[in-house]
Design a protein around this ligand. Sequence first.
Ligand SMILES: C[S@@+](CC[C@H](N)C(=O)[O-])C[C@H]1O[C@@H](n2cnc3c(N)ncnc32)[C@H](O)[C@@H]1O
Length: 393
Amino acid sequence: MYPSNDSTLTTASSACSTSRPSSASSAPPIEFSKSLPAGAPSTPFFEIHDTPTAGRAVFATRSIAEGTLLWRSDDLTLSVLLREYRREVCGQCFSYDYGRDLPIRDQSVGFAFCSKECQEVWKQWNGDVGVRAWIAVETLVKKRSKEDDEMVEANLPRPTGKEIGSAWGGVEAQASLILTAREAERPMSEGLADETKDGPVQITKQHRKALQRALQQKISPDVMSFIVSGIVWRHNSPQDWDKVLVLADDTTPYHSADDLAAFVRSYLHLLAILPLPLLPLTTPETIFLLSSRDSHNSFGIRSLEDDGSEFFGYGCWPAASYFNHSCGPNIEKNREGRVWNFRAGSDIEAGEELNITYLSGEERKLSRGERMQTLKRNWGFECSCRRCGAVGG
Ligand SMILES: C[S@@+](CC[C@H](N)C(=O)[O-])C[C@H]1O[C@@H](n2cnc3c(N)ncnc32)[C@H](O)[C@@H]1O
């Protein structure tokens, strides 16, 4: 059940073994990618190569003048808008008006919008099944509004692969009972998935109890939103799933034992409430894969003013995920609604690596040691950029 045998995991993880990278920027590329990974950006300005120690990276194929727009990433997959910002940040375009409540609030789905158009686009993006999924989550969360989402404490030990496997394995039997109970909701005309040669499976007290027990557990609304967003996106764009699978992966993506427990509980909650068409995708495998790719690839969705001081949430844009980090980046990125723009921050020579920074405003002012620590803690790699390698960097 736990996805350790998924062969698709190996491509990205081997391309991205970063235990002791020598230099993301200065090391010569060793291999040209034979073909582009699914969803990777393709433009005359740059190419993607493997590097010896920092996975794949983006290299200029020509000289580029400062300010040139090199790439626009409009390929948002999953995104999370933290609940505390749901009234102030548009669910569709992420616009924000210094903390003012937005004009349109759709209480049934738990999102607010800056305009009718955004609300309409959001509904189309999610589709009928997606909208029903958000209504189901909102209904559950509202009933339990007294429970606060706990702050994640930094620097707790991360669960190992073995601990992750046993946490998911530990709820297998309960999940199977819940699924059977849910299948009973399917109209006879659609057929029952759990029909045996002796006829349909009988729903017993045990099945109903398993479902009730799941619903009584503590809820983690932001974790549920992460999973729902990913599952709805996968349901609506099955052809694009490979674009996420080929991204650099994190085999131990949970920040702490509590974080892992929140994911496992949320899985059971969602099995109990999501619309039936989403249940085949509501699996430990899909949920783990979403976390493992999100961990090393998501971009923060921040306020556009004040140097991005407000953190609204995060999202995964696969094509934007090929730029490695540098503490002295030559590419500037800025968000316009749901699109990321990448521009040359200085004149660039052909062959130079194109780097963005993964550090947020204040973090960029830190010393070399502090930056290294921050990147290691938040991203799991030891920074090998040119600035960190230079004396006094
Ligand atoms: C968003 S991905 C960037 C693309 C990635 N190299 C790949 O092969 O898909 C982020 C990952 O790239 C690697 N990486 C990015 N910048 C790096 C740097 N300055 N030093 C070492 N590794 C880096 C780390 O493994 C990090 O988790």
